[in-house]
Write a protein that binds this ligand. Structure first.
Ligand SMILES: NC(=O)c1ccc[n+]([C@@H]2O[C@H](COP(=O)([O-])OP(=O)(O)OC[C@H]3O[C@@H](n4cnc5c(N)ncnc54)[C@H](OP(=O)(O)O)[C@@H]3O)[C@@H](O)[C@H]2O)c1
Length: 197
């Protein structure tokens, strides 16, 4: 019997993450629907179907990340696909000179350090999969400025982080994926691609 691949999508409770989770389930994967609010993960998982399971996961909280990794180890023993989708932007159209200090910024904590923390926590599980994949959701450079002055440098740092994982774990296949300027809460639903919920 074919064993179903297991995917974890961070922030799959809405927007692009929810659409990715739906697509992965449609393609026959068991999808772990991450959300920092468990009830939001449960609602999303229910809307996807029997192949989706809710997982509480705040990418800026080490205890939450460790608990998610432990649960995946106990229930599945491996992870085939990790989609680092959780992200946040900073409001305001002013330039970086007007931004709040970057140190301790929620934007960097989520978009960069959160990806590092989740990926590190899942590496042993990814190592148990026959052909593991790590994907970070990341806009192309011209789009970045649309999401706020700190968001843009954070996504450039995310690119560099993804590249660093790709170099270190050649076999794991770490990549960035750009969904296009998509209509979601992140851009006040002004995006021109309308795929995400
Ligand atoms: N929209 C675009 O055009 C576009 C283009 C390129 C790339 N992206 C990237 O796509 C990803 C998803 O964004 P989206 O457009 O779908 O926006 P969205 O609908 O606002 O979704 C953002 C998601 O990130 C979650 N999140 C924020 N901080 C988190 C944390 N500490 N731990 C866990 N989850 C957290 C949010 O959770 P809550 O619901 O709890 O707030 C929400 O589920 C982001 O990484 C973004 O940079 C978006």
């Amino acid at each position: 019997m074919r064993v179903k691949p297991i995917a974890l999508v961070t922030a799959a409770n809405k927007g692009i993450g929810l659409q990715i989770a739906r697509d992965l389930a449609t393609h026959g994967l068991t999808v772990l629907v991450g959300s920092r609010k468990l009830e939001h993960a449960e609602t999303a998982a229910k809307s996807i179907g029997a192949d989706a399971r809710a997982v509480q996961l705040d990418v800026t909280n080490q205890a939450s990340i460790a608990a998610a990794a432990k649960r995946i180890r106990n229930e599945f023993g491996r992870l085939d696909v990790l989609v680092n989708n959780a992200g946040t932007s900073d409001a305001g159209k002013q330039g970086i000179s007007h931004a709040a200090p970057l140190e301790g910024s929620a934007v960097f904590e989520t978009n960069v350090f959160g990806v590092v923390a989740v990926t590190q926590a899942m590496l042993r599980l990814l190592g148990e999969a026959p052909a593991a994949r790590i994907v970070s959701v990341d806009p192309s450079s011209p789009q970045r400025a649309l999401f706020g002055p700190v968001y843009s440098p954070s996504e450039t740092a995310l690119d560099a982080t993804t590249l660093a994982f790709a170099i270190e774990f050649e076999d794991a296949g770490a990549d960035a994926a750009c969904p296009g300027f998509t209509s979601t809460n992140l851009d006040s639903f002004e995006g021109t691609a309308e795929r995400a919920a």
